[in-house]
Write a protein that binds this ligand. Structure first.
Ligand SMILES: *Cc1c(COP(=O)(O)O)cnc(C)c1O
Length: 399
């Protein structure tokens, strides 16, 4: 099987996303093949022995590695500029593995408190059960990061922009603190997308994705990716994944791989429309607040300018005053669907207070900037004029 290598000048991201990592079989197929196999056979017993000893290249078992999954990993590395990557069955498998593969009892983790619900569970509930202490802090407050770091701090973990009200964490500044104390900086880069923000170029050690979101982009399958330095990925993480088994199905890897080919086109459209919708909502009667990193009225717009290529595909806003107001708008939407998912071709609207962040107290939600009248939008690929019309008629229900 031949891999496609690039000996010419560096390809730009759009080109790498179509070609990089392709492993073409003896049949010369144009599109990447789906290798739906769990095991592999060997030429002879010596070959089997050599592969098991790591002295010969080749696959051994699809829990460890698979050609279709390898193509996705390679293409993600090319996009992210990472030395190595491993794909996982879901974004949560990627987040969990990125921490559990190297942390041990007695270690300490500091995390930005505005996290995707399941990430919060891992940091707040799961890690402490195994003797790994954790602190959740306001990720936008550098002094809070500094104050939380202890001699046994081994990982700094955060999302930026955060879910759901799109607060930002200064990646470069936090990564610098991580370097100084010998902790790995791990960034969940889902909300920015790999094209919108490059945490490694800003000093982060590890980047994780839920590929379920924009990488698939069409709501079809789950997947995750962890990217980082070769030694961390190929030794520490690989050993953990190999023996615990959150492997990505080759079929899902293929869906995600094909998703990468159109990622730049889709992300550009998502973000262009999101920026327009943020401005549109800001001028709407009944909308009391808009959260969008690309707008100058975002309190951390300076950080957005420094680390984000665009404002991102999500918009959050407050409407009216109460839960009833938010529900009235959500229920009036005809094109946006009510869903807790994001990063789909279809536009989606979420009421975080009663769904994704329901298990928090109202006080804890308020600390995160989530109120009863907060709505989060994942802007899809529909015509932006149609989306604006939908928001227009739905917000009109308030007055
Ligand atoms: C969706 C999501 C995850 C979890 O990914 P799954 O693929 O659903 O397991 C983690 N972090 C963020 C920011 C997400 O949006």
């Amino acid at each position: 099987m031949a891999g496609k290598t690039n000996s010419r000048k560096a390809w730009s991201a759009a080109t790498r996303l179509v070609h990089e990592g392709t492993l073409r079989s003896q049949f010369g197929e144009t599109s990447e093949a789906v290798f739906l196999n769990s095991g592999y056979v060997y030429e002879n017993a010596e070959d089997a022995e050599a592969r098991f000893k790591g002295e010969a290249d080749g696959y051994v078992y699809s829990r460890y590695a698979n050609p279709t999954v390898a193509m996705l990993e390679q293409r993600m590395c090319a996009l992210e500029g990472a030395e190595a990557a491993r794909a996982t069955a879901s974004g949560m498998a990627a987040v969990a593995a990125s921490m559990l593969c190297h942390l041990k009892a007695g270690d300490h983790v500091v995390a930005g408190r505005a996290l995707f619900g399941s990430c919060l569970y891992i940091v707040e509930d799961l890690l402490p059960r195994y003797g790994i202490e954790s602190n959740l802090i306001d990720g936008g407050d550098l002094k809070a990061w500094e104050a939380a770091i202890r001699p046994n701090t081994k990982a700094l973990f955060f999302e930026t922009p955060t879910n759901p009200v799109l607060e930002l964490v200064d990646i470069e500044a936090v990564a610098k603190l991580g370097k100084a104390c010998g902790a790995l900086t791990i960034v969940d880069n889902v909300f920015a997308t790999p094209l919108g923000q490059r945490p490694m170029a800003l000093g982060a050690d590890i980047v994780v994705y839920s590929a379920t979101k924009h990488i698939d982009g069409q709501g079809r399958c789950l997947g995750g990716v962890v990217l980082g330095p070769k030694v961390f990925i190929e030794e520490t993480l690989h050993t953990f994944l190999k023996h615990t088994g959150p492997s990505l199905s080759p079929f899902n890897a293929w869906v995600l791989l094909k998703g990468l080919e159109t990622l730049p086109l889709r992300v550009a459209r998502h973000c262009e429309s999101a920026a327009r919708i943020a401005d549109f909502l800001a001028d709407k009667q009944g909308v009391t607040r808009v959260h969008y990193p690309g707008r100058v009225d975002h309190p951390q717009h300076d950080i957005a300018k420094k680390q984000m290529a665009f404002g991102g595909p999500l918009v959050a806003f407050e409407v009216g005053e109460t839960k009833a107001d938010a529900f009235a708008v959500l229920n009036a939407l005809q094109l946006f669907s009510i869903s807790n998912n994001l990063g789909d071709a279809k536009s989606l609207a979420t009421h975080p207070a009663t769904t994704t962040h329901q298990r928090l107290t109202p006080e804890a939600r308020a600390e995160l900037g989530i109120f009863d009248n907060t709505i989060r939008l994942s802007v899809g690929l529909e015509d932006v004029g149609d989306l604006e019309d939908d928001l227009d008629q739905a917000t009109a229900k308030l007055t």
